[in-house]
Design a protein around this ligand. Structure first.
Ligand code: F6R
Length: 236
């Protein structure tokens, strides 16, 4: 697992965009794994500004709140459309996100894994990092789950995401998320880590061992992970 430290979140976003651009140019029909949250916004803005050709790209998002309507402005479907998809030439039928409207969550998770497998898996996965070490919504626990699954959000994640809502009690308490195996099947992974709040977890990630209590620590086992960190997260 390689770590690169950047002076600012802007230079970090630009470097991440270089990596995505290289992937798209070397394989125009790449499968990209995408994340929501605050951290990838700089990268998405940079990708939009570069006017790249996404016409053959397919996107699979990591997760979605459950249950939630796609039109809800707190849904990740809405987030992706507003912050990336509507600004680039990706085809809407090439954009996949777990369906927060599905009646049967387990069936939806199975469908999502099968679909991703049929597409041949993710070439380049973008990840953010939870303050508690979660990736996707694989929360710290005694056991982690391999495939896409429905999960309860921890109190720490609900508090961290409350900033997007009027109050913490409006944050959904469950989500559908790619599991550890789903994430690990990506050929290449980039983890974006910015801001002071990520200081403790970034140090746990690089200085401590592998534990399900810090799901991101399992990334130490993947052969191609690059962690991009800004100085605010690195120095605290
Ligand atoms: C989002 C996701 C989460 C976030 C993480 C960090 O799709 O899967 O794991 O990446 O919660 O969120 P931010 O970037 O808002 O700090």
């Amino acid at each position: 697992m390689k770590k690169i430290v950047f002076e600012s979140d802007v230079s970090l976003a630009s470097f991440a965009a270089d990596m995505v651009q290289k992937q798209i140019e070397s394989k125009p029909d790449s499968i990209l794994g995408l994340a929501t949250g605050s951290t990838p916004l700089g990268l998405y803005k940079e990708l939009i500004d570069r006017n790249l050709d996404f016409s053959k790209i397919t996107a699979f998002n990591l997760d979605e709140y459950y249950p939630i309507q796609k039109t809800d402005d707190q849904s990740y479907a809405y987030f992706m459309k507003e912050n990336l998809f509507k600004h680039i030439n990706i085809r809407p039928e090439h954009c996949f996100i777990p369906n927060g409207e599905a009646k049967d969550a387990d069936a939806e998770c199975k469908r999502y894994d099968e679909l991703l497998e049929a597409y041949g898996g993710v070439d380049l996965q973008i990840l953010g990092l939870g303050e508690n070490g979660h990736i996707g919504f694989n929360e710290p626990d005694e056991e982690l789950v391999a495939g896409t699954h429905k999960t309860a959000l921890t109190q720490s994640t609900i508090q961290a995401n409350a900033r997007f809502f009027e109050s913490a009690d409006q944050v959904p308490t469950a989500a559908l998320t790619m599991g550890m195996k789903t994430i690990f099947s990506a050929k290449k992974i980039i983890v974006l880590v910015t801001g002071k709040k990520k200081h403790d977890i970034i140090h746990r990630l690089f200085e401590k061992g592998i534990t399900t209590d810090n799901p991101a620590s399992l990334l130490q086992l993947h052969p191609d992970v690059t962690v991009l960190v800004d100085t605010a997260a690195e120095e605290g």
